[in-house]
Write a protein that binds this ligand. Structure first.
Ligand SMILES: Cc1cc2nc3c(=O)[nH]c(=O)nc-3n(C[C@H](O)[C@H](O)[C@H](O)COP(=O)(O)OP(=O)(O)OC[C@H]3O[C@@H](n4cnc5c(N)ncnc54)[C@H](O)[C@@H]3O)c2cc1C
Length: 302
């Protein structure tokens, strides 16, 4: 059965678009995790036939973007991982609208918009995800979030239908959308910005970049803020006040620079990171009665 599946996959995708037992650590920003049974990088036209094949052979599938919000289990991922990235990264601008394919980097879209003197996306310039991943997560920073600028998305449904959905249909909330629950694949997003002052736009982007460099442990692999912000608190402050700054499990560590970040300090495996996350949740809860919820998504077998 596996051979049959592969034979069909080979008919859809070029050799450089598919791999077997692909090491996931090179596709996620934590730089940990085991292999994906099948790893593919389809272009827009190839996604539908790949899905169809998975359905026919009963192979589970999932989508990743830039892997900047994912922790992959050390035992890897059974089934097919579809990367929506460089094969789908076109960006175009028409007046105040930016249309970006899901695999485009959010930072590239923000830079492109800035070049065209469009304001509204400055907050997104330092978020290291794809446009698709940012829509799924309703990514945000420094008072901005995707919800504020998203007009509509083009998605592929699980049964292979292409649909355009208005932003209001996506149930966008704090680091949440209904895209994963509905098993949709984001193909493209349309963002609405407004005309701005080029100097002010680039000054704001520079300012936010400097704030990140100053405050965040960007020199180590991580997935950004590990936990969601609990209502009425800041995750980093709670962790710090629990006395967990620098707390380590194996090679994973609560960043000394910013306690809201769990980092891969030195050759961590995903099990270390997961254990550390659980320890932090338990200890913060014991001290403050608040259960932190991970923002990072766990995938595969641990
Ligand atoms: C240093 C650092 C700083 C960060 N700072 C921020 C920040 O300021 N604000 C913030 O919000 N986040 C931040 N993040 C987290 C991360 O960059 C965002 O969550 C980002 O939106 C994830 O995009 P991605 O392409 O990497 O998605 P991935 O991590 O690859 O995937 C995230 C989820 O989206 C799904 N997905 C991805 N693409 C698609 C698609 N095309 N269709 C359907 N589903 C899809 C995946 O299945 C997965 O469930 C940071 C991360 C790092 C490493």
């Amino acid at each position: 059965m596996k051979e049959e599946f592969l034979k069909h996959l080979q008919r859809i995708l070029r050799e450089d678009q598919r791999a077997l037992e692909e090491n996931m650590s090179s596709h996620v920003t934590f730089r940990t995790g085991g292999p994906a049974e099948y790893y593919v990088r389809p272009n827009r036209q190839q996604i539908q036939p790949v899905l169809e094949l998975c359905r026919r052979f009963d192979v589970p599938w999932m989508v990743i973007g830039n892997g900047s919000n994912l922790l992959v289990g050390d035992r890897g991922i059974r089934g097919l991982v579809m990367e929506i990235g460089r094969m789908m990264d076109r960006i175009s601008i028409d007046g105040e609208f930016v249309t970006a394919e899901a695999g485009a980097l959010l930072s590239s879209a923000a830079r492109y918009a800035a070049k065209e003197s469009l304001t509204g996306m400055e907050f997104a310039s330092g978020i290291p995800g794809t446009v698709g991943g940012a829509v799924v997560m309703n990514a945000g920073a420094y008072g901005g979030e995707i919800k504020q600028i998203l007009k509509s998305v083009t998605v592929l449904t699980e049964d292979g239908q292409e649909r355009e959905l208005g932003a209001e249909e996506l149930d966008l909330g704090y680091r949440h959308s209904c895209i994963l629950e509905r098993r949709l694949i984001v193909l493209e997003a349309k963002l609405q910005l407004s005309k701005g002052n080029p100097e002010e736009i680039s000054d704001r982007m520079e300012e936010l970049k400097n704030r990140r460099v100053e405050k965040q442990p960007l020199e180590y692999p991580s997935a950004g803020s590990t936990f969601k912000r609990p209502e009425g608190y800041f995750a980093g402050k709670l962790i710090q006040d629990t006395g967990l700054r620098g707390y380590q499990v194996g090679g994973a560590q609560v960043s000394e620079k910013h306690c809201g970040f769990v980092i891969n300090r030195e050759k961590a495996v995903s099990k270390d990171i997961r254990q550390l996350i659980t320890d932090v949740q338990d200890q913060v809860e014991a001290q403050f009665g608040v259960r932190l919820e991970p923002e990072v998504k766990f995938i595969g077998d641990f």
